[in-house]
Design a protein around this ligand. Structure first.
Ligand code: ADP
Ligand code: MG
Length: 349
C-alpha cells in the first residue's frame, strides 16, 4: 500500500503547520519523517491517519482517495510515544482487543484470536508475557506490545509517532534495530516520526526531512547524509563545520587546502561556504602537510571509542569540531591547549 500526499496544507489559526506538502511513501518501505520539534511531523501523520482533516490537498492509499474516509475505514495501525495500554487488561487481552471489538459477522472465533495473538507476541518476542499486566513490563516491552496490538488488525499502513521517544538511550537503540528487523519480516508500509537523526538514518529505507511544515529533502539515508539538499539538512543531520571557501573551476579552497567541488566546474572566483563534517577533518600533530591549517586544541572530549576535539584555527572566530578514533588520537599524542594541524578531506560548498 503506497501513500500519496498531494499538495496538503494545514493551518491552525494563522499558523501554517503543514505547508503544501507533496510526497509518496512507497509500498512496503519504512520511511522516517525527520525534523525538529514543531516542524509538522505529527500533524502530517494525523492527516494520513484521518485524525485530522487537511485544509486543502488529497491523501491517496494505493491510488484511492481516502481524504474523506473516517479513521476507522482507513486500515491504519498506530503506535504513539505514550501509547497507553489498557492497564486492567493482560498483555493477551490488549493485543486481542482490536479483534474482539469487531462486529460479530467479521469477528474471528476464539481459537483464531488466540492463534493470532500468540503469533504476534512471538513476532515481538514477548509471548512469555501473555498473562502479565502492563505495569509488570518495562517501557521498551510495553512499546513492543503496543506494536503487536497495532498489527493485530492487519493494518495496511503502520504509523509510528516517536514510539521510542520516552525510553532511555540504550533501550531506544536496541528497539530501533529490533524494529528494523521486524519490518524486514513483515514489510508493511510504515511511517516513523522522529526528531532523532541517528534513529532516522539507522532505521529507515527512506528519510523525509521536514522543517517549518515543508519537506526539505526526500531520499535514502545515504543521500540525505552525504548529499544534503541544502544547509538546513546538512546541519540538522549532524554536527558540521562551516568554512569560508574560494571556488574556482571545480576546486574549493579552504585556506591552502584544495578540495574537489565538481558542481562548480566552470565557475571562477566564487566565494562560498564549505560544509565539513567532524569526521571529515584530518588531524596532525605537526606541520607535515604544507597545506594543513594550524590550530590550537581547546577542548578534548573522550566519548567511548571516539575523541571529539574543539580546535581554533589562527584566523577563525568559530571553533572547528573534529572527531577521530581514540587509538588515532593516542598515537598522535595531542594535548588540550597544544598545537595541531588540520585538513578537511571532503567538503560540500
Ligand atoms: P512536530 O510533530 O514536528 O513536533 P506538530 O505537527 O505537532 O509538530 O506541530 C506543528 C505545529 O503546529 C506546532 O507549532 C504546534 O504548536 C502546532 N499545532 C499542532 N496541533 C495543533 C492544534 N491542534 N492546535 C493549534 N496548533 C497546533
Ligand atoms: Mg510530534
Amino acid at each position: 500500500m503506497s501513500i500519496e500526499i498531494d499538495h496538503v496544507n494545514k493551518h491552525f489559526r494563522d499558523f501554517v503547520a503543514v505547508d503544501n506538502v507533496s510526497l509518496t511513501f512507497r509500498e512496503g518501505e519504512l520511511t522516517a519523517l525527520l525534523g525538529p520539534s514543531g516542524s509538522g511531523k505529527t500533524t502530517l501523520l494525523r492527516i494520513i491517519a484521518g485524525l485530522e482533516q487537511p485544509d486543502t490537498g488529497r491523501i491517496r492509499f494505493h491510488g484511492e482517495d481516502t481524504t474523506d474516509l473516517h479513521v476507522s475505514q482507513r486500515g491504519v495501525g498506530f503506535v504513539f510515544q505514550h501509547y497507553a495500554l489498557f492497564k486492567h487488561m493482560t498483555v493477551f487481552q490488549n493485543v486481542a482487543y482490536g479483534l474482539t471489538v469487531r462486529p460479530r459477522r467479521v469477528r474471528p472465533g476464539k481459537a483464531e484470536i488466540k492463534r493470532k495473538v500468540m503469533e504476534l507476541l512471538e513476532l515481538v518476542q514477548l509471548d512469555w508475557t501473555a498473562h502479565r499486566y502492563p505495569h509488570q513490563l518495562s517501557g521498551g516491552q510495553r512499546q513492543r506490545i503496543a506494536l503487536a496490538r497495532a498489527l493485530a488488525v492487519e493494518p495496511k499502513v503502520l504509523l509510528l509517532d516517536e514510539p521510542f521517544g520516552a525510553l532511555d538511550a540504550k533501550v531506544r537503540a536496541e528497539l530501533r534495530r529490533w524494529l528494523r528487523r521486524l519490518h524486514d519480516e513483515i514489510h508493511v508500509t510504515s511511517v516513523f516520526v522522529t526528531h532523532d537523526q541517528e534513529e532516522a538514518l539507522e532505521v529507515s529505507d527512506r528519510v523525509v526531512v521536514m522543517n517549518k511544515g515543508r519537506v526539505e529533502q526526500d531520499g535514502s539515508p545515504e543521500e540525505v547524509y552525504d548529499h544534503p539538499a541544502n544547509p538546513f539538512v546538512y546541519q540538522f543531520l549532524g554536527n558540521v563545520n562551516l568554512f569560508h571557501a574560494r571556488v574556482h573551476d571545480g576546486v574549493a579552497r579552504i585556506g591552502d587546502v584544495a578540495l574537489p567541488a565538481p558542481e562548480y566546474e566552470g565557475y571562477r572566483n566564487e566565494q562560498g561556504q564549505a560544509y565539513v563534517r567532524p569526521h571529515e577533518i584530518e588531524v596532525f600533530a605537526d606541520a607535515q602537510h604544507q597545506d594543513a591549517l594550524h590550530a590550537k586544541v581547546e577542548l578534548v572530549s573522550v566519548v567511548g571509542p571516539t575523541v571529539r576535539l574543539e580546535l581554533r584555527t589562527d584566523n577563525s572566530e568559530a571553533l572547528v569540531h573534529a572527531e577521530l578514533p581514540k587509538y588515532r588520537y593516542r598515537a598522535l599524542g595531542l594535548q588540550q591547549g597544544g598545537d595541531a594541524w588540520i585538513r578537511p578531506i571532503h567538503s560540500r560548498v
